[in-house]
Design a protein around this ligand. Structure first.
Ligand SMILES: Cc1ncc(COP(=O)(O)O)c(C=O)c1O
Length: 377
């Protein structure tokens, strides 16, 4: 594994660092790219990346694309969604912008404050004649309740397009979470479990949709070069795929490592009764360590204490996206807005040492104890 130079020379600890294969392993793949002179247009490395990721995760198919936002947009195009799309307000803004860029209207349904995923019990009351799909978000890799969501979709003849940007390496009922819904859209961004620097992917529930996604990715062309779809440029390059292929060899290491550090954080932080954790499905990928405080004031005090030690956690996802009034009319979402104000993701990545996990967790505990004089069990 390449040690991130940053982690050795820079004393700042960021919320995450990319998992990177040794540069020699990347160079060996790039050598072939240079010799062939093929840089894009669904070249051999992109195809190999798709095959190998699908094999590793147990997927029927995968279309690699240029980023996770485009993957959601391609899902909307492929499913021919129109009108309203029901989604979660506790997500990254890209979920929202993908819907809006595809000329659909996002309709928010609040989250369950324990799991932080869309509350299926509240979905049906927001369905109208204009609803075309449900777009659940597996936030922090925690699976949404897909059986309930699928049952609602069936009852109302809706499509299910999941935002699975965080879901690489998550299994649900024994199979990859990316296998659920009509299409799952994932991200291979630098911060994600598997990265191609920028990148994403679509997993389709059947072969016809898979072929359609490939045409949409390539300007709508079919094999004969006729434009048969409303397509655009969603292609992943050979260089990005080469990075992904090299990094794929370290995905299992990254998954195991984050899980171990996740539980180390949890063990230390469980000492404080006022801290809360996302209620997670045990087969999630532990890709983030979100920590929920009693209120925003405590969060800000802890964040400041960490920053003073050159530790930079991130307020994922703050503010709740239903409050972005430049792009959507405001509709209150109590739990999402409340959680967004008091959740902080602590640093979690492969090169983060266990002693730093301890330092970070103890800084959180000590700050709460000293500042608020709160009893630690
Ligand atoms: C929940 C969620 N959806 C979509 C995206 C978009 O992915 P990308 O950055 O690859 O476009 C992200 C990115 O971080 C995300 O966190």
């Amino acid at each position: 594994m390449n040690k991130n130079k940053n982690s050795e020379t820079n004393k700042n600890i960021y919320v995450t660092m990319p998992t990177l294969a040794p540069i020699d392993e990347l160079n060996a793949i790039l050598q072939g790219v240079w010799e062939r002179g093929i840089l894009t247009h669904n070249g051999p490395v992109v195809q190999e990346f798709e095959r190998e990721v699908a094999r590793f995760l147990g997927l029927k198919n995968l279309v690699a694309v240029s980023n996770g936002t485009i993957a959601i947009q391609m899902g909307i195009k492929a499913l021919e969604l129109t009108g309203e799309i029901i989604t979660s307000p506790f997500t990254f803004v890209a979920t929202l912008s993908a819907i809006i860029w595809e000329h659909c209207t996002p309709v928010f349904v609040d989250i369950n404050p324990e799991t932080l995923t869309i509350d299926p019990q509240k979905i049906e009351e927001r369905i109208t004649v204009r609803t075309s799909a449900i777009l659940p978000v597996h936030v922090f890799g925690n699976p949404c309740q897909m059986e309930d969501i699928d049952a609602i979709a069936k009852r109302h003849d809706l499509k299910v397009l999941s935002d699975a940007a965080h879901a690489v390496g998550v299994t649900y009922n024994g199979k990859s979470l990316l296998e659920y819904g009509d299409i799952a859209a994932t991200s291979f961004h630098a911060t994600k479990m598997l990265n191609t620097a920028e990148g994403g992917g679509c997993v389709a529930s059947d072969n016809a949709l898979h072929e359609k996604l490939k045409r949409i990715r390539f300007f709508g062309f079919d094999n004969a070069k006729d434009v048969v779809e409303d397509g655009f440029n969603g292609k992943m390059t050979e260089v990005h795929a080469a990075l992904g292929l090299a990094n794929l060899n370290y995905l299992q290491t990254a998954l195991d490592d984050r899980k171990k550090k996740y539980f180390l954080y949890k063990e230390i932080l469980s000492e404080c009764e006022q801290l809360k954790f996302q209620q997670i499905n045990q087969d999630c990928n532990y890709s983030y360590f979100p920590l929920i405080f009693l209120n925003e004031k405590i969060l800000l005090t802890v964040e400041k204490a960490l920053n003073s030690k050159h530790i930079f956690p991130r307020r994922y996802f703050y503010p709740s996206v239903n409050t972005f009034t430049k792009v959507v009319p405001y509709v209150p979402m109590f739990h999402s807005e409340d959680i967004a104000k008091r959740i902080l993701c602590l640093p979690l990545y492969l090169d983060l040492s266990e002693s730093n996990v301890q330092l970070i967790a103890e800084t959180v505990l000590n700050t709460i104890q000293n500042t608020f004089n709160h009893a630690i069990r």
